[in-house]
Design a protein around this ligand. Sequence first.
Ligand SMILES: [Zn+2]
Length: 240
Amino acid sequence: MLATTRAVILQTYRYSDTSKILRLMTFEHGPCSAVARGALRPKSRYGGMLEPFVEGDATLYMKEGRELHTLSAFELVRERRDIGHALGLYTVASVLCELVMRLAPEHRDDDLYRALVRGLDVLHARARSGDDGGGLEHVWSLVSTLGFQPQLESCVSCGRGIGEERARFDFSAGGLHCSACAPGGPGLEVDELRTLRALASGQPVTASAGQQGRWLADFIRYHMSEGANLKSLPFLRELA
Ligand SMILES: [Zn+2]
């Protein structure tokens, strides 16, 4: 079957001297892998555009029951190359792509596709304007689209509602402990809790990234990757 679908390149690998394998998130068929024959040749018709974060209309020979399809054409829609010039934004974009690669369901998922491209577009716009920070709210949005929303409005132990007060973020329990239940005392100040809630609900914040990257990395590692570190998570923990 020959199919054309909008797709984002999540990751690429060298496959032979001249070919590449692409991990794609497609709009119509969900995640898939495809070999791009000749992509590494100097005069490839793809002209070096098959790189992570790039979005285009991919034409694929799809074989039923096969894991690896064959790319037959790729028409560029958005290249988002500037993300590569900003290390912090590149890290966040890499986490977005790796989460989709590891956790996307094996079928079309419009909300997930849109959450991915919305995040990449914002990161790209920030990189173009010379920024190198922020964007973590888009990872949290993707986390929530994948069904892993942390519990930040009530205590995970006693169920009591938690308002504007100190609490502890216990990533392994999946949310907040109130000050009475928190082992080791409430770790978050009120303004830190406000920041965490804003990010987790997809709103940008101006505070610096350090602690926020660690919250997110710990939550993802524990709940979404079965304790395994995604390759990009150590970099997320190190965000300035
Ligand atoms: Zn409690």
